[in-house]
Design a binder for this molecule. Structure first.
Ligand code: NAD
Length: 374
């Protein structure tokens, strides 16, 4: 088996495999080809890959000769057109948001594995790219907010006067939200949190934050731990509670997402109008529409004294560690689908393989993707 790593495009700084993992793959009889400069933006240079046993090739050589393309971002339609029929691709392919591209992969008989659709189970934790990358997003969101904020985060009592601690509001206490709470608390802020899943209350409180409860959330127990859409009554009550908290907040970190759907708009223009001048919002959900009515993906918007940062790819601002963790996730997944001799072995009885495999043998085989197409 030859695995090829292409240089990511469109401002993506991360790389799908790091030299340390190249060595581990070789022990599984996998030869690694890396496109020249693929790891440069993540501070893994070609020499490091060669020392680990990889061969440096051109993109054309990799596309023609590798059996499996390892990627981070989904392939663009142009790249898909260049991938020969019958190849394997593995990455964060976001199939729930690009159903038409999935049809192209099936039509080209590409076997596609998407690490963002594996179940969120204990056994899958070592392969959970959503967690490893969201952890970075939550951490970086708070640092970015602190950097952009014109006041202190911690409380200070000085001879020149006292400074009150920053009030941070976090919407969504998934992986990113929990890391954002921990980071904001370490910087000395006072933190309030909303989530539709009451199950996170204890975790939130154990990190030293206040959990604001809204009664009547929809039961998400059948959704694999993910949030589901809420009733209109719940949404109205939640809006009212958020409006009360947001008027007092200095920093808001929004992380609420529903897989395969647009992010819920939790912060309306009315709420933005009532925010303190100088407040900063970092919207991690920007790529799927954002949690505020004014968010623009990959842009910073200034709305009546409030700065709204819509950076949806915060992991790319920490590419060395983000790539390292991603590569480990990928390696752990590859161990499941490759034999010791480097051959492909797919056990569809395994919920992780079944969850990750999107297209195979010319067909769309993933239940969640098929559900989106109905
Ligand atoms: P996510 O990125 O899909 O969403 C972020 C958070 O936003 C979630 O906590 C969600 O409940 C919340 N949210 C959605 N709509 C909301 C709304 N209208 N108002 C307020 N909050 C809203 O979440 P994630 O971080 O990817 O985690 C998804 C699930 O997977 C969670 O249950 C998490 O605990 C679980 N998980 C399990 C494992 C594991 O065991 N392997 C690992 C990581 C995450």
């Amino acid at each position: 088996m030859i695995a090829g790593i292409l240089k990511e495009k469109n401002g993506e700084t991360r790389v799908s495999l790091v030299p340390e993992v190249v060595k581990q793959l070789q022990q599984m009889s996998v030869t690694v080809w890396v496109e020249q400069g693929a790891g440069d933006n993540a501070f893994y240079n070609d020499d490091a890959y060669v020392q680990a046993g990889a061969q440096v090739k051109t993109a054309a050589e990799i596309l023609a000769g590798a059996d499996m393309i390892l990627t981070l971002q989904p392939p663009s339609p142009e790249l898909t057109a260049q991938i020969p029929s019958g190849k394997i691709i593995a990455g964060i392919l976001q199939p729930l948001y690009r159903v038409h591209e999935v049809e192209d992969w099936a039509a080209k008989n590409i076997t596609a594995f998407s690490l963002d659709t594996i179940p969120r189970t204990t056994r899958a934790q070592t392969m959970d790219v959503l967690s490893s990358q969201a952890n970075i997003a939550g951490y970086k969101a708070v640092l970015l907010a602190a950097y952009s904020y014109s006041r202190y985060f911690p409380m200070f009592m000085t001879a020149a006067g006292s400074i009150a601690p920053a009030k941070v509001l976090i919407l969504g206490a998934g992986v990113a939200g929990l890391q954002a709470i921990a980071t904001a608390r370490r910087l000395g802020a006072v933190v309030e949190v909303f989530d539709t899943r009451p199950a996170v209350k204890e975790e939130v409180m154990s990190l030293g934050a206040k959990f604001v409860e809204v009664e009547g959330a929809a039961d998400a127990s059948a959704a694999g731990g993910y949030a589901v859409e809420q009733s209109e009554t719940y949404k109205q009550q939640q809006q009212q509670r958020i409006a009360e908290s947001i008027a007092k907040a200095d920093i808001v970190i929004t992380t609420a997402q529903i897989p395969g759907k647009a992010a819920p708009v939790l912060v309306s223009n009315d709420m933005l109008d009532r925010m303190r001048s100088g407040a900063v919002i970092v919207d991690i959900a920007a790529a799927t529409g954002g949690n505020t009515s004014a968010t623009k993906n990959n842009e910073t918007v200034h709305y009546k004294g409030v700065t709204i940062i819509g950076n949806s790819n915060l992991p790319a601002t920490m590419p060395a560690d983000a790539s390292k963790l991603y590569a480990k996730n990928l390696f752990n997944f590859l161990k499941l689908i490759l034999t010791k001799e480097g051959g492909l072995h797919l056990n569809f009885e395994d919920d992780i393989v079944k969850g990750a495999c999107i297209t195979h043998n010319g067909e769309i085989v993933n239940d969640r993707v098929k559900g989106m197409m109905q």
